[in-house]
Design a protein around this ligand. Structure first.
Ligand code: MG
Ligand code: ZN
Length: 220
């Protein structure tokens, strides 16, 4: 209905304005902002842990953990000595740029190279909310099944890179990595596809390298 559309536009305009402010602060601080999006349990936190291990002290990261409730993931991140702030959305299924804007002053951006935003586990609406990040990363894990790309195409088409996680389980789950890679490339030809396993370390170094080679000053 027309009234609903007007409301949506207002919300989106408001979000876009906040996102631009967040991106300006990150640019000013020389911080690369990354928005990680996927369904729950696809291995966002686990991938982060593997990346922190890979980088060690070379790259200074901080994390904004989005969760509907609990701080379980934030506690895992904190164990790596990485600065982390938990956002509980109390039921909301995605993060907004307004949340990020509120949180930025609490982060030590002057001591940060990369800010990870671990979005709420959800394959739908996170794709529609710019958080002020420079790059959006979408994950699909092998246990979810290959059909998720086809069922939720938006998330994998607005991303700057797509990651297939838990690759070590592909054979046993009969998840055809080559076919899904092809599907992702067809949907989003610009975005590289990384095949990773936090367990074996496969693809983690390549993904880390790509993240840092990207030009963070470009607009979203
Ligand atoms: Mg997580
Ligand atoms: Zn939502």
């Amino acid at each position: 209905m027309p009234v609903d559309i007007v409301v949506m536009k207002a919300v989106n305009a408001e979000n876009a304005a906040r996102a631009a402010e967040v991106r300006a602060v990150l640019n000013q601080s020389g911080v690369l902002g990354l928005n990680l999006m996927s369904s729950p349990g696809s291995g966002k936190t686990t991938l982060l842990e593997a990346m922190f291990k890979h980088w060690g002290e070379d790259v200074r990261s901080c994390v904004v953990e989005g969760d509907v409730f609990t701080s379980i993931d934030a506690e895992r991140i904190a164990k790596h000595g990485v600065e982390v702030i938990q956002v509980n959305t109390e039921g909301s299924c995605h993060m907004t740029a307004h949340m990020l804007k509120e949180i930025l002053p609490r982060l030590a951006l002057e001591n940060t190279d990369v800010l990870f935003i671990e979005n709420i586990g959800n394959l739908i609406c996170p794709a529609s909310f710019d958080l002020g990040e420079h790059r959006r990363i979408a994950l699909i894990s092998t246990p979810e099944g290959a059909d998720k790309v086809e069922k939720y195409p938006k998330l994998f088409s607005v991303s700057h890179a797509n990651v297939i996680s838990k690759a070590d389980l592909a054979d046993v789950l009969e998840f055809d990595i080559a076919a899904v890679t092809k599907q992702l490339k067809k949907l989003n030809p610009e975005a590289p596809v990384f095949v990773t396993s936090a367990k074996t370390g496969e693809g983690v170094a390549e993904f880390c390298e790509w993240l840092l080679s990207e030009n963070k000053e470009t607009d979203n």
